[in-house]
Design a protein. Structure first.
Length: 188
């Protein structure tokens, strides 16, 4: 009999253009994870300082999560909120322990299904943590056909890795979205 992978509390980070994939991911993983994500409209950021928004994301949503899953579409690397969510997930404080981290390339991403991924087309903070012989984060392809047990195992491995070597948090946080470059060019 196969062992059952524990059910983790997962924060899902994504670009708003990929909301359909986010909703599909949460629906298909409902029995294998607890969703701790921000939904559209949860945070009204009109007139609120950037630091306040970052703290709200970390303290109100990521705080209860143990793993952050970044759904990576072609433009995800450009989004300041995705950068802030990854950064908040990797902070380790007394009240908010750091999360494990994985990325999942969506079928609409230019590197989906390729043997090697161009790390310049994923969020830079995620790329920083997916490098080296023993990376803090791993990047996978969206499984087709969908395989909830496999994805649950990826999540569990990230949960276990969070207690190992500390993540790379040297990158300065985005101040705004990167929009001057085409999505598929990347940040490099």
């Amino acid at each position: 009999m196969a062992r059952k992978t524990p059910r983790h509390r997962v924060f899902v980070s994504f670009h708003e253009k990929d909301i359909d994939y986010k909703e599909r991911f949460v629906r298909m993983m409902a029995r294998r994870m607890v969703d701790r994500s921000v939904d559209t409209g949860n945070i009204d950021d009109a007139g609120i300082k950037t630091a306040t928004i970052r703290n709200k994301i970390r303290d109100d949503y990521i705080r209860d999560a143990t793993v952050t899953v970044v759904l990576i579409g072609p433009c995800t690397w450009q989004r300041k909120h995705v950068d802030w969510e990854i950064g908040g997930s990797l902070r380790d404080t007394r009240t908010n322990p750091r999360c494990g981290l994985i990325g999942i390339l969506l079928p609409n991403h230019p590197d989906y299904g390729k043997r090697r991924h161009n790390l310049k087309r994923v969020p830079p903070r995620l790329a920083d943590n997916a490098r080296g012989d023993d990376p803090y984060a791993y990047i996978y392809d969206w499984p087709e056909p969908w395989a909830p047990a496999r994805v649950a195992e990826w999540i569990h491995r990230a949960f276990v890795r969070r207690k190992g070597s500390p993540p790379n948090q040297q990158r300065q946080s985005f101040g705004r979205n990167w929009t001057r470059r085409k999505c598929n060019q990347g940040w490099g």
